[in-house]
Design a protein around this ligand. Structure first.
Ligand code: URA
Length: 230
């Protein structure tokens, strides 16, 4: 596909805005600037806009490193919405694929693709989410086994699906869960008598939080990251 067409289909730019952006030298592939609008984009080629990969299929897929004290709501309430951090056109069309609590930090995926989002959030898809957890007190000796068996949360009929707990130290661990119940991680630890004092999401499916993103920064997902959610 021609480069200008690819860009206009992949972003909110019109064909003529895409041509202008190409002429300005803001488009590149493998760090080589492309100034020819007729350049043929090949399959699996990653095209960058201002050095950041642009998304595919005309839909937008964004990774945000969520800071604490921002809420995963579309409007500001007592705290500002994470959408204040995303400076894109038609921001109102975007929503969050798997919300985090106000005090949780890390990987937040934002999109306008409902089907893609469903693959992340639907319990039936069992998409794994990995969290780095810090606890107020040392973990119980049998914590790994309890998580592996399936934690019974208060006011839920069924126990949680088996979860993988990897201990880092007495008070730090990585937890991988494949559901997304309300406050799930904090409630799981509460169920074994632990209190979470810091929670950070590092990974969703195969998509890892880009360590180059400081808190509050975002970038578009690469086509490979988008298609890794199946
Ligand atoms: N589980 C929680 O308890 N909080 C989050 O923000 C995410 C998962």
């Amino acid at each position: 596909m021609r480069l200008d067409k690819y860009i206009s289909q992949s972003t909110t730019m019109t064909r003529s805005q895409a041509k202008k952006t190409i002429a300005q030298g803001r488009i590149s592939s493998s760090s080589t600037t492309i100034r020819n609008s007729a350049y043929q984009v090949s399959d699996n080629e990653t095209i960058n806009f201002d050095g950041k990969p642009i998304s595919v299929r005309g839909l937008r897929y964004i990774m945000l490193n969520k800071p604490s004290n921002f809420i995963c709501s579309t409007i500001d309430e007592q705290l500002p919405s994470v959408f204040n951090l995303i400076t894109v056109e038609k921001r109102e069309q975007l929503f969050i694929a798997g919300r985090l609590d106000a005090d949780t930090t890390g990987l937040t995926l934002i999109t306008d693709d409902g089907q893609w989002s469903h693959k992340i959030t639907s319990p039936r898809k069992k998409c794994a989410k990995r969290y780095r957890v810090e606890l107020a007190e040392p973990l119980a000796d049998n914590a790994v086994a309890l998580f592996n068996e399936g934690i019974q949360l208060k006011s839920e009929n069924q126990p949680c699906l088996p979860a993988t707990l990897e201990t880092i130290s007495e008070t730090k661990a990585l937890l991988t869960i494949s559901e997304g119940k309300y406050h799930q991680v904090k409630r799981m630890f509460a169920a074994i008598g632990s209190h979470v004092i810091a929670l950070h999401r590092e990974q969703i499916g195969e998509i890892e939080l880009d360590t180059a993103l400081a808190q509050g920064e975002w970038r578009y997902l690469t086509p490979q990251e988008v298609s890794s959610i199946a």
